[in-house]
Write a protein that binds this ligand. Structure first.
Ligand code: PLP
Length: 361
């Protein structure tokens, strides 16, 4: 991650509070847990009731504004950002285009909750979406790299096609975060991110954010949040804020760990295929996720447990982990694992992976 153009944004985020400290202030962000604010005759209009905002939520949003270089709103989970976006943007008769091989819950959300309101759903694999027909589509939502296949989508090319045909483009940037990829700078209208994953990074919170430079869209999403009451709790926002401050150094280790492990998996006869995002100028690094296919579910589980990988269905945490995606209905082989590399010392991680591979020889 050398020469990452995002460095200035990270510096600004880290100095967001410290540059404005006055004598006696606590250096880190205080956690403000309240539902109510003092409301005298001339109240502070930004401090009326905690369903609208809260100082800790605003502080976390301000850090994300620095990283995304765009107005940002927090929501209580990654899926809550999809819900707010669909609720805020879609009307009866609209057609949405989603990845057929992207995060499954996004398709379920449209199918189960929005189809009854006459929203239509089209799907297309990540590998074909740049050329997908867009007639009649009002909103396109993609992930790049896609999850779990790790296909890279050319965001600038897709944004150009969407805008020519009158569709909006939203990019779920969970896998990269704003530090490795900046979809808004590539022409996307909206960024969604599940901060539950790498941005929070400690596997201890659920959170999501939406960023966009479209003022009317952000006003609409704020209205959705206020009216539906889908605002995170201050403690989770505070945990996220803490996670964001170390995101850059965590990603560095996570990505270099993935790079160190990649050749071991590629060289092993027990691994039938390895997926890792292609190099693309829109990404400053190929990331910390690797897909690996083993003979069957049992072999995959045996490898993961002998390698000491945490069995969990999430990614982007401190601990290297493995998720057998077929368990969740993804269209992948039974023996496919999505591996997420954490911040363990690289040498020890390499030894652990070798132990895992040796156990299935
Ligand atoms: C996990 C994830 C989500 C959903 O986030 P939650 O916080 O679990 O609701 C959305 N998109 C992607 C790409 C994810 O990995």
């Amino acid at each position: 991650m050398t020469d990452n153009p995002i460095s200035a944004r990270v510096f600004q985020m880290l100095h967001r509070r410290t540059d404005a400290l006055t004598p006696g202030d606590p250096v880190p962000e205080p956690l403000v847990s309240t539902s109510a604010f003092s409301l005298p005759e001339n109240p502070d209009p930004t401090r009326t009731y905690a369903r609208f905002t809260n100082p800790t939520i605003e502080a976390a949003e301000a850090r994300l504004v620095d990283l995304e270089d765009a107005p940002t709103l927090l929501f209580p989970s990654g899926m809550a950002t999809y819900g707010a976006l669909f609720m805020g943007l879609l009307q009866a008769g609209d057609r949405v285009l989603l990845l057929s091989d992207g995060y499954y819950a996004a398709r379920n959300l449209v199918e189960e909750l929005f189809l009854p309101f006459d929203v239509e759903l089209d799907t297309c694999p990540a590998s074909e979406i740049v050329d997908a027909p867009l007639e009649g589509i009002t909103l396109v939502v993609v992930e790049s790299p896609s999850n779990p296949a790790l296909d890279v989508i050319d965001i600038a090319a897709l944004a150009h096609r969407c805008h020519t045909s009158g569709a909006r483009l939203a990019v779920d940037n969970t896998v990269c975060t704003a530090l490795m990829q900046q979809p808004l700078d590539l022409g996307a209208d909206v960024v969604l991110c599940a901060d539950t994953k790498a941005s929070g990074g400690h596997s201890d919170l659920l959170m999501g954010h939406v960023s966009s430079r479209d003022t009317a869209l952000m006003e609409r999403l704020l209205k959705v949040r206020n009216l539906m009451g889908g605002i995170p709790a201050p403690f989770e926002a505070w945990l996220l804020l803490r996670g964001l401050e170390t995101l850059e150094i965590r990603l560095e280790r996570m990505c270099s760990n993935a790079r160190a492990v990649l050749p071991l998996l590629q060289a092993s006869d027990a691994v039938s295929s390895v997926t890792y995002p292609n190099t693309h100028p829109q990404m400053s690094d190929r990331g910390f996720l690797i897909g690996a296919s083993f003979a069957d579910a049992e072999t995959a589980d045996q490898f993961a447990s002998a390698a000491g990988l945490v069995a969990m269905t999430s990614f982007g945490g401190l601990h290297s982990s493995a998720d057998r995606r077929a368990r969740w209905g993804d269209d992948v082989a039974e023996g496919f694992l999505r591996l997420s590399f954490g911040v363990e010392p690289t040498e020890e991680l390499v030894k652990a992976i070798n132990r895992g591979l040796a156990a299935i020889q």
